[in-house]
Unconditional design. Structure first.
Ligand SMILES: Nc1ncnc2c1ncn2[C@@H]1O[C@H](COP(=O)(O)OP(=O)(O)O)[C@@H](O)[C@H]1O
Ligand SMILES: Nc1ncnc2c1ncn2[C@@H]1O[C@H](COP(=O)(O)OP(=O)(O)O)[C@@H](O)[C@H]1O
Ligand code: SF4
Ligand SMILES: [Mg+2]
Ligand SMILES: [Mg+2]
Lengths: 355, 372, 374
């Protein structure tokens, strides 16, 4: 647990939560977000009061099992919730510059020019499957050029030079040739790079990455993660990094929000999440991953049961049916409030063990 | 326990059924989804009614569809009156207008002939089986009940449309049955075995599809001898229509079967030692069935229209047989339509049938594949 | 190829090849070959788990399916020790003998959705292998299905439900039950946990381990997640573009890799430890296409240690000592970095423990913790 254990010198220092300055520079602040899907079978409460902040220049990781609402959180931020989903309540405050009056994105019309400008200029998004956001009918270069012309108002030639520059920046071996290729001519990793290039073409303030490496091999994943880290430091943007891979979280993120059934159950610096986790769900997730290099064969710990089906509402703590620390009469009745851990304002948990 | 006559156990049982969505087979879910599209259900209901009416054509129609009534040439649809407190009609009489040389039918408003139910009339056989002479409606002579008017030879259009429906609406079903048989066998073989078989069949299909449909139909239909008996002609016409249509279904089935073939459950069945025939019968066809039904439903209107078009052009069914296409032939001239618009009622029947089939097929398609 | 006594070997694959023809042109003539599996050699001892890893597209699934003869091998031998027929070459069996051997080799799939026929009840799915082989019928069949469901941690009444009512992890259990139905000796697990969440992945891995002990199973475990493979395998084979580049005991392979590709794969794993962030050795570029592989050692365009000979000569998979096989010209000389060894059962990072329930907060003792399904 001690910091002295920190191994090699090549390690990139993780930004442990410094004593926060009184006026924090928050790029995105989500407050009590509720997203419901009104389906024919019933109401799916995809998000049940999600709140978090992303400080400027930091990477916030959002982790959780599939179906816990990670993608809906990101889509809500972009005002892209698909039908029959609806944002029921909540606020999404976005500050392009420090000290600026925040804009509540949810008050904007989803198809208004303002919202579209924010989507293109200030917040970009990359998805797990690059083909969903690359148009198969246009070359990669044309698509990047179009975005640049649309949002930066430069002429065609300038846009082309910039497009090739960006492609070079994301580590494409032969940017001129890639610019004239169609998406289907590229490999998975290349496509993901092309999509990152497109997302970065407007130097966004906030990048939302929804499982950007889940479909890739570890070797390609390592390349993409390194690329995102470098670019993030260079441009100074903030990232909302969605993944279910704890290894990727440890490598990429500054702060982590652990989600379960549409709620954030624990939020802390990445170091605290891995070295001082509090919520039983976080702990169990950490215990259920096989670890490299352990000599003795240790049986994996698993979480009993599975995520309940989305139509049912779990009373009390959403995790209580699977929790080993379940306290009858409390956990299944009262929803645990958000509490800070050991007086650290940057580590909160929602669990009755700590109330 | 069971003897206690309360409704409680039953409602409890019902509730349990509702709770366990997991036990509902896929086809039931599809039926459920289908029921949600009102228009398609309505289309289906209308079609069922149409089939019942058409099957019982001779019983429902008051007049013989073949009977020529020189006095009633181009008689207009009978005016239904409630003057006697009971629906009735007036008698009509045809009079030759000697200046224009056209027949006009005059209505005699002096007497009301009430419409009676279950009256005796000419005898007929329903489906060629049950002989009877009872008709659903009728009026006393000398009045004649022409719901939808009469044609140039005084034949009852109502009776003719109903009778013509027997051909036109069954051509769709019989033709599509042939389409299904041909299309699914060839499509399944092609998709499942792939390779040479697939290659050969796909080229054949491309060849057939590369012919423009209408000229191909015309050519094939024109090759049928005109003196062929009605039943045989009917059979060959459906065959002609099916011969062109099966290719579409075969393509669809092939695509589906290829997907099922590469699904892991097929590999699991092979790994367990299952034979190809068994896999086709237990995994390929049952899964493709819903798609086959949809494609068939989508193909029926095409076949109906095909028969109508061929008969209209004089290449399909020929008089004395009646079908909607044959009937529409009588309404070929603008003059006739202008003077006797009721001659177009067979057209309305065609439109209604085709529309209903399309609505039904749309709903089926959505139910089977809510995303496609 | 090995010094292991042949009685201990359940499956031996010799120079296995599977080439897919590429058709082109109007007449769909064969214009090339995708050499998905191109000369693979390995063996699996009875009761052990051989892990098979590699990037996607390098031929792992094709190997698995060709071994089972779900795909016809282009060349090579697959010697399987059948309990009744003795050692047989599966690649050459006629359809009658094949049907006899098949129950002893079963397969579990990656995709929890495409592996179960959506139109069949779970009961019918699990019963299918039994019905095909006329093993049981009527009540005996239903009992066997109920048994199998219990064995994989589901409930017998699940038999009447349809696959769509199950979660990914439960579907995977159903697939496992179907594979177990015929009491196989060998199960080929083709990425059985890749599509699952970590917590469910742990459940399924534990189940596979339990079943292996209970039924004396041998696994060929295909995966691309190296931590999972390390956890479950006794030995591991690394595949690259249709060819095995390294094979050794798990311990050897992870701590003392002999092939640069293995080194690169190991380095690329994101470690779940924020205090151990490091720059991985970059493995530039992509996996080459098996239709048009590079010359010499297929790995040379991406290899940090490549010399001239690598461009010309393809290295053979050879024993570099101690049952450690590697296909690299410099396997003996290179000092490659593996996973660092930690002390006995100690991790770099302490494993957190779940705090026990607080008795003073528990309000009603009577209500038991409601546990769902699994
Ligand atoms: N179109 C939809 N209709 C109904 N429910 C949906 C739809 N899309 C998402 N959901 C529900 O929203 C919840 C959260 O989904 P999502 O954000 O995609 O999860 P994640 O990205 O964490 O895997 C899930 O329970 C899912 O069932
Ligand atoms: N039926 C097939 N026809 C042609 N090529 C195939 C076929 N199946 C697999 N391949 C090719 O063989 C290679 C290996 O595929 P696969 O065994 O699925 O890899 P892995 O399981 O390691 O991801 C890939 O390049 C793939 O495109
Ligand atoms: S609140 Fe209770 S059930 Fe929920 S995580 Fe904490 S201890 Fe477990
Ligand atoms: Mg998602
Ligand atoms: Mg595979």
């Amino acid at each position: 647990m001690s910091v002295a254990q920190q191994p090699s010198s090549s390690a990139i220092p993780t930004s442990a939560p410094e004593s926060a300055a009184p006026e924090e520079d928050i790029v995105l602040e989500v407050q009590d977000l509720h997203v419901y899907f009104y389906t024919q079978i019933g109401v799916v409460r995809a998000l049940n009061g999600v709140s978090f902040k992303i400080p400027r220049g930091k990477v916030l990781g959002i982790v959780g099992e599939s179906g816990c609402g990670k993608s809906q959180t990101s889509l809500a931020t972009m005002q892209l919730i698909p039908r029959p989903g609806k944002v029921e309540s909540g606020k999404i405050l976005f500050r392009e510059f420090n000290n600026q009056e925040p804009i509540d994105l949810l008050t904007l019309e989803r198809n208004s020019d303002e919202m579209r400008n924010i989507r293109g200029d200030n917040i970009s998004m990359i998805f797990q499957e690059p083909m969903t956001s690359l148009n198969p009918c246009y070359t990669v270069g044309d698509q990047i050029k179009e975005a640049i012309i649309l949002h930066q108002g430069v002429d065609k030639e300038e846009a082309h030079t910039r497009a090739v520059d960006i492609l070079r920046k994301v580590g494409m071996p032969n940017p001129e040739r890639i610019a004239i290729s169609y998406p289907h001519q590229l490999s998975g990793g290349m496509r993901q790079r092309a999509m990152i290039a497109m997302a970065l073409s407007c130097t966004p303030t906030l990048l939302i990455a929804d499982e950007p490496t889940t479909a890739l091999d570890v070797t390609t994943e390592a390349q993409i993660l390194e690329l995102m880290r470098d670019l993030q430091r260079e441009i100074g943007m903030s990232i909302m990094f969605i993944t279910h891979n704890l290894g990727v979280v440890a490598q990429m993120c500054d702060e982590v929000a652990v989600m379960y059934l549409g709620r954030i159950v624990e939020w802390a610096s990445v170091d605290d999440i891995f070295y001082n986790p509090k919520h039983p769900y976080t702990i169990l997730l950490l215990r259920s991953i096989p670890r490299l290099g352990s000599e003795e064969h240790i049986r994996l710990e698993s979480i009993k049961g599975s995520v309940p089906d989305p139509y049912t509402r779990v009373p009390g703590c959403p995790f209580h049916p699977r929790c080993p620390s379940f306290m009858p009469g409390l956990c299944d009745v009262e929803e645990p409030p958000e509490t800070t851990v050991d007086g650290n304002a940057r580590h909160t948990v929602r669990c009755h063990l700590y109330t | 326990m069971a003897s206690v006559p309360t409704t409680a156990p039953e409602s409890a049982g019902k509730k349990k059924k509702v709770e366990d969505v997991g036990q509902i087979p896929q086809w039931k879910l599809m039926v459920r989804r289908f029921r949600q599209s009102r228009l398609s259900v309505a289309g289906g209901i209308v079609l069922i009614c149409m089939y019942i009416i058409v099957i019982l054509a001779e019983f429902i129609a008051p007049n013989d569809y073949q009977k020529i009534e020189a006095d009633y040439q181009y008689a207009r649809p009978s005016e239904i009156t409630f003057a006697a407190g009971w629906p009735g009609i007036y008698a009509q009489q045809a009079i030759l207008d000697k200046e224009n040389f056209t027949w006009t039918v005059e209505t005699d408003y002096s007497t009301v002939y009430p419409i009676n139910f279950f009256v005796e009339g000419h005898s007929y056989k329903i489906l060629g089986l049950f002989e009877s002479n009872i008709h659903l409606f009728g009026v006393q002579a000398p009045a004649k009940l022409y719901f939808w008017g009469a044609d140039g030879q005084g034949r009852d259009i109502f009776a003719r449309v109903l009778k013509g429906g027997q051909v036109s609406m069954s051509v769709g079903l019989v033709g599509v049955t042939m389409v299904i048989v041909l299309g699914s066998i060839i499509g399944t073989a092609s998709g499942y075995f792939g390779g040479m078989i697939d290659n050969l069949m796909q080229r054949t299909i491309e060849l057939i599809q590369s012919f423009p449909t209408l000229p191909l139909w015309l050519a094939l239909a024109a090759a049928l001898p005109r003196e062929m008996p009605v039943v045989q002609r009917y059979f060959f016409i459906t065959l002609v229509l099916a011969l062109v249509d099966w290719t579409g279904l075969a393509r669809q089935v092939r695509g589906k079967v290829m997907a099922y073939r590469s699904a892991d459950y097929t590999a699991a069945a092979l790994a367990a030692g299952g034979s190809h025939l068994r896999i086709i019968l237990t995994h390929m066809l049952p899964n493709a069935l819903s798609h086959i039904i949809v494609v068939a439903a989508l193909a029926i209107p095409g076949v109906i229209l095909g028969e109508t078009a061929l008969s209209f052009l004089g290449l399909g069914m020929l008089p004395p047989a009646v079908s909607w296409g044959v009937l529409l032939r009588d309404a070929q001239q603008v003059q006739v339509i202008m003077l006797y618009p009721w001659m177009l009622t067979p057209g309305i029947a065609v439109v209604l049938a085709v529309l209903c089939f399309n609505l039904l097929a749309d709903g089926l398609r959505d139910a089977v594949d809510p995303y496609g | 190829m090995t010094t292991v006594p042949s009685d201990d070997i359940l499956l031996e694959v010799k120079d296995l090849k599977k080439h897919f023809p590429i058709h082109g042109g109007l007449l769909r003539r064969v214009v090339g070959q995708v050499k998905a599996v191109d000369g693979v050699n390995f063996y699996i001892k009875k009761g052990e788990t051989l892990g098979l890893v590699g990037e996607s597209g390098c031929g792992k699934s094709t190997t698995g399916r060709t071994v089972m003869r779900l795909l016809e091998p282009t060349a090579g031998e697959v010697i399987f020790d059948d309990p009744k027929l003795g050692k047989v070459n599966v690649a050459k069996l006629d359809s009658k003998q094949l049907k006899q051997v098949r129950p002893n080799m079963q397969i579990i799939f990656q995709d929890p959705f495409s592996s179960l026929d959506p139109r069949m009840t779970v009961g019918r799915i699990i019963a299918e292998p039994l019905v095909i082989n006329n093993v049981a019928s009527g009540q005996a069949l239903r009992d066997r299905v109920a048994d199998l469901l219990t064995v994989v941690g589901l409930r017998p009444e699940h038999a009447s439900r349809y696959p769509h009512a199950f979660s990914g992890g439960q579907r995977q259990r159903i697939g496992i039950a179907r594979a177990l139905a015929l009491n196989p000796k060998l199960i080929i697990c083709d990425e059985p946990v890749s599509a699952l969440d970590v917590s469910i992945q742990a459940q399924v891995l534990n189940l596979l381990e339990d079943l292996q002990k209970q039924f004396d199973l041998t696994y060929l475990f295909i995966a691309h997640d190296l931590s999972v493979v390390e956890h479950i395998s006794n030995r591991v084979a690394v595949m690259y573009v249709g060819y095995l580049v390294e094979m050794a005991s798990t311990e050897e392979l992870y701590h003392n890799p002999k092939h640069p590709y293995t080194e690169a794969l190991l380095a690329a794993i994101p470690k779940p430890d924020p205090r151990n962030r490091h720059r991985p050795i970059r493995l530039p570029g992509d996996v080459p296409s098996p239709a048009n592989p590079p010359s010499g050692c297929y790995f040379h365009p991406r290899c940090r240690y490549a010399k001239d000979i690598c461009k010309v000569e393809r290295p053979k998979l050879r024993d570099v000592g101690n049952e450690h096989w590697a296909a690299c010209h410099f396997a003996e000389e290179l000092q490659l970095a593996g996973v660092p060894r930690y002390g006995k059962s100690a991790h770099a990072m302490p494993l957190p423990t779940v705090p026990p329930p607080l008795p003073n907060k528990t309000k009603s003792e009577s209500a038991p913790a409601p546990v769902s399904g699994d």
